[in-house]
Design a binder for this molecule. Structure first.
Ligand code: ZN
Length: 76
């Protein structure tokens, strides 16, 4: 009898934990859909479905998309 195989938890993250913004190697704090992330940040890669952002770039993204999101909220 073989011992039961323990399944290691599989992380479904497509990217290692470094910011998706080119030239930035800060640790990731947020994952966003790439289409969402590209609304507020320039230079993100074209490929992939998820953008990983460090704290600084997440803040930058929030600031950049705040107006649009506010309007979106008001429009409902
Ligand atoms: Zn970054």
């Amino acid at each position: 009898m073989s011992a039961p195989v323990r399944r290691a938890p599989v992380r479904n993250e497509p990217t290692p934990s470094a910011c998706s913004v080119p030239g930035c190697a800060e640790p990731v704090v947020r994952h966003l859909a790439l289409v969402e992330a590209r609304r507020g940040l320039d230079g993100l890669p074209e490929s992939g479905r998820t953008a990983s952002l460090c704290r600084a770039h997440y803040k930058q993204w929030k600031r950049a998309t705040r107006d649009a999101r506010t309007l979106d909220r008001l429009a409902r």
